[in-house]
Structure formats: C-alpha cells, structure tokens
Ligand binder design. Structure first.
Ligand code: ADP
Length: 481
C-alpha cells in the first residue's frame, strides 16, 4: 500500500511551545518590572523629600539660634555658632553660607567666598519672605535658602542662610536597594520560568500525544485510533484527519479491488484458451471442422483479452492523476453524433433495433473529439446491446446558452434501482453473462463518466427495469481550463 505524498516545502516555522512560553513570561514579568520601576522612583523621591525636610528643620533651628544670639549684629561673630554651622554643613556633606542684608557673604563654611557679593534670585526672594528649596538631580545636590531674622519679635529678615547639601549617599542607598530588588527579581523570574515551562508542557500535552499518533500513521498504521478530546481544536483536527484517513483507506481498498478485478478479467479469456487448447491436444484424430471451431473460439477469446486491455489502457490514460490531457477544439457535435450512429447502425440492424437521431439545434462546442466520441459511442452501443428485439434507441441533441445536452434513450431491459449507483464502477456489470455475450468488459461506463468529468460535465441516469433507460449528458459549450 503506497500513497504518493507530495513533500511539503517547510517555511520557517515558529514553535507554538516557544511562543506560549515567551507570552506567559512577558505577561508575568511586565507588571513586576513596571511596578518595580515605579516603586524605586517613589522611594527615591521620598528619600530626597525627607532629606530636604531634615535640612530645613535643622537649619531653621540654627537660624533661630543666630537670631537669638544676634549673630549678624554682634562683632566679632559668635564662634560657637560658626562651629555649629560647620558641624551641620559637614553632617549634610555640604556647605552653609550666610549673606547679610547688603548681599555680602559674611560667613562660609568653606571660607572661599567671604566678603563676596551674592545677589542671586533665590537670595532676593528669601529677603522678600519666600523660602526656596531646589533639587538638582543631575549633580545630586539640594540647595535651600532660610531667612535669618534680626530679632524674634518684629521678624525683620537680616540675612539669608544658603545651604547646599549632597545627596550622593542617598543614591548609594538606592542602588543597594535596587540590587537587592534585582536579586529578588532573578529569583521570581527563575520560579516563574519553571512554572511557565511546566504549564506550557501541560497545555501542549494533547498536541504532543496527537503528534505521536500521527507519527504512527505516517509509519503506515492507518488503523491508529485518532481521537483527542482535550480541546475543541484537537477534536476538530483529529476528526478531519480521521475522515481523510477513511478516504485514503477507501481509495486503497478500491485500488486493491481494481487490481484483483483486472487480474480476474484478464485471466478469464486465458483460462478459456487454455481449456480449449488442452482439450484439442488431449483428443486423437481431431476432425478439421472441430479444429476450426476450437480455433475460432480461441481467436474470439484473444479478441476479448485484447478489448479488455484496450479499455484498461483507455481508462488509465483518462486517469486525472496520470495527468491526462484533453485535445480541446471547436467541434460540431451534430456531425460527431451522426458519425457515431452511422458506425453503430449495422449492429442495431442485426438486432433489429431502430436507431434515430433528433437534433433540436446545431451545436458547436469546445471538446476533445476523439474522447467525447468514445464516451457517446459507449452510451449508444450499450443502448443497442441491452435492448429487446425490435426495440428502439433515440439520441437527442439540444443546447442552451451554456451547455449542450445529449440524451440517449432506449426501450431496453432497463436497470433496477439497486444497481443504478454501481454501473459507473469499473468492471461492474448487472448481468455478467449478457455483458460477456455482447463483448462487454464492464469498463465502458467508467470510461464514459471519466471523459465527461474531464469535460467539466455531468451524466445522469433514469431507468426502469423492463421499460428502458435514459442517459443524459450535460457538457459546457466552452471549456475553461
Ligand atoms: P459493459 O462492457 O458490460 O457494457 P458498461 O460499463 O458499459 O459495461 O456497463 C455496465 C453495466 O451497466 C452493463 O453491464 C449493463 O448491465 C448496464 N447497462 C449499461 N447501459 C445499459 C442500458 N442502456 N440498459 C441496460 N443496462 C445497461
């Protein structure tokens, strides 16, 4: 049992398993990564806000102390407050500068700008009672201005404290937090990856099983039970494959039947020849007449064998899979039918069957003249062969704008309903003896049907046992390849 399967050219394919794994990983990881990004951003902002608040509180306390101690008024300056200022600046890892109301720097923990002027926007705004705090995220520092009052009661701003503080340490803390976070993510990712792989494996199991079963079918086990009800999709796939396999098996079986029929049909005449020859040889002093009679029978059997072979070859040539080709040309169908009838008239005459042709209109169509001749010839010949003494056969040709119709009606023996669906099968004969007697091979109608299908046409049969048979052939006027 061999099926010729065309190799499918594989395009670059993607594994469904891989697609599912990636999909689940992305679905699982994306929210986690987004949430992590948002959380780290919020944490960083909170830390910076808290640091600025802390600096503001501590420097406000210092500013109050300066107000109370008359820091900007008394000369020389209070060294205790200078020291406290330095300690605070160190604590913030930054610098504190005091500007008096003449915008002159009177104190600087870095001692770099003493006596210089500072007329910056922030300082002016602070003198106007507007504190400012700025954060520079590129250089990682915060800058604040805090007013220093002349005395506690009338709240007159006598100077401005400018504080700059580095937030480098916050960044270090942040990166250690994000490092720990990354480790956690790696762990979550690994667990998620294992879970996803297991889940996908579970989901893909029915497909895997189906693949195994199909592998066995591929190895030739066409009887493999192919049901997979895990998913609607697998059920539909297995149903389709089962149906296809059923068809393949039917084709396989019909081929086997055909081969066995062919062998049987070819053997029958040979067996007869052998019997005739053997009986001749076993007889002594055979009269010439008997010899002649036996030899005529042998010659008839050889004719029959040759007819079967011719019909078989015609059928094989017509087989679509063998790449049969039609020789399409514009043909006058009236002429073609008249010629067929002319050729068959002597046989009809022998059986005393009246053969008439009625052409309702002239028909010219795109057909293969030789093949269509053979097909129609078979129908008319059958109508004569399976007829009664003194019966009739009427051939009618008609057409509309799309098709032409050939009707072959006879007054013959008819075909009972139970046999009607089989008569187009190869080697099928209702009455074997009668068919043989009239030189039939059982291939005629199979050849006819094949030819008509090749012409994109159709053949219909209506028959009543004992009353007669009508075959109607419909073929398109124009052939569309
Ligand atoms: P065969 O070579 O035996 O005629 P066909 O394939 O032409 O083979 O026909 C198949 C069978 O169909 C015939 O054996 C016959 O029994 C039946 N048949 C075909 N045409 C007719 C007909 N016009 N009237 C009655 N029976 C027919």
């Amino acid at each position: 049992m061999f099926f010729q399967v065309k190799p499918i050219k594989l395009k670059h394919t993607v594994s469904l398993r891989l697609v599912l794994i990636l999909f689940f990983l992305i679905i699982g990881l994306a929210p986690m990564l987004i949430q992590n990004k948002i959380m780290l951003g919020t944490y960083r902002q909170n830390q910076i806000d808290a640091r600025i608040q802390d600096i503001q509180n501590q420097c406000s306390i210092l500013s109050n102390k300066m107000t109370r101690g008359g820091y900007l008024v008394n000369e020389p300056r209070d060294t205790l407050l200078d020291n406290e200022m330095s300690v605070k600046a160190d604590m913030f890892n930054g610098r504190i500068v005091i500007v008096n109301k003449n915008f002159r720097i009177v104190s600087d923990t870095f001692s770099l700008s003493l006596g210089k002027l500072n007329v910056s926007e922030e300082v002016i705004r602070c003198f106007n009672g507007e504190n400012s705090s700025k954060y520079n995220s590129d250089k990682n520092y915060a800058a604040l201005t805090i007013p220093v009052y002349s005395n506690s009661e009338d709240k007159v701003i006598d100077g401005v404290m400018i504080v700059t503080a580095s937030t480098e340490d916050l960044l270090t803390r942040l990166s250690s937090v994000s490092e720990k976070g990354s480790f956690l993510h790696l762990m979550i990712f690994s667990i998620l990856a294992i879970l996803v792989v297991l889940l996908v494996k579970l989901l893909m199991n029915p497909f895997k099983e189906l693949q195994w079963k199909l592998k066995r079918v591929e190895e030739g086990n066409l009887d493999e039970e192919l049901s997979s009800n895990a998913y609607t999709e697998t059920r539909q796939i297995t149903e389709s494959i089962s149906k296809t396999l059923k068809k393949l098996k039917a084709v396989d079986q019909s081929r086997e039947e055909f081969v066995s029929n062919v062998s049987h049909e070819l053997k029958t005449p040979i067996t007869s020849i052998r019997v005739l020859a053997d009986s001749l040889m076993s007889m002594d002093d055979v009269p010439v007449e008997l010899y002649r009679e036996f030899m005529t029978d042998i010659s008839d059997e050889i004719d029959r064998e040759s007819k079967i072979i011719d019909d078989l070859l015609a059928l094989v040539r017509m087989d679509k899979t063998a790449g049969a080709e039609l020789n399409i040309a514009q043909v006058n169908v009236n002429g073609l039918l008249e010629l067929i009838l002319k050729r068959l008239r002597p046989i009809a005459g022998k059986r005393n069957v009246e053969l008439t042709f009625e052409s309702i209109r002239e028909v010219t169509a795109d057909v293969d003249e030789v093949k269509l001749s053979l097909a129609l010839n078979n129908l008319v010949e059958n109508a004569i062969k399976y007829n009664e003494e003194g019966g009739w056969v009427r051939v009618t040709l008609d057409a509309d704008h799309k098709f032409f119709y050939v009707k072959v009606a006879d007054s013959g023996i008819g075909i009972s309903e139970e046999f009607q669906e089989h008569i187009f099968e190869r080697f099928y004969r209702v009455d074997k003896a009668r068919s043989r007697e009239t030189g039939g091979t059982g291939l005629g109608l199979a050849i006819t049907k094949n030819i008509i299908l090749m012409h994109q046409g159709a053949i219909r049969l209506s028959s009543k046992e004992g009353e007669g048979t009508t075959f109607t052939v419909r073929i398109p006027l124009t052939y569309i390849p």
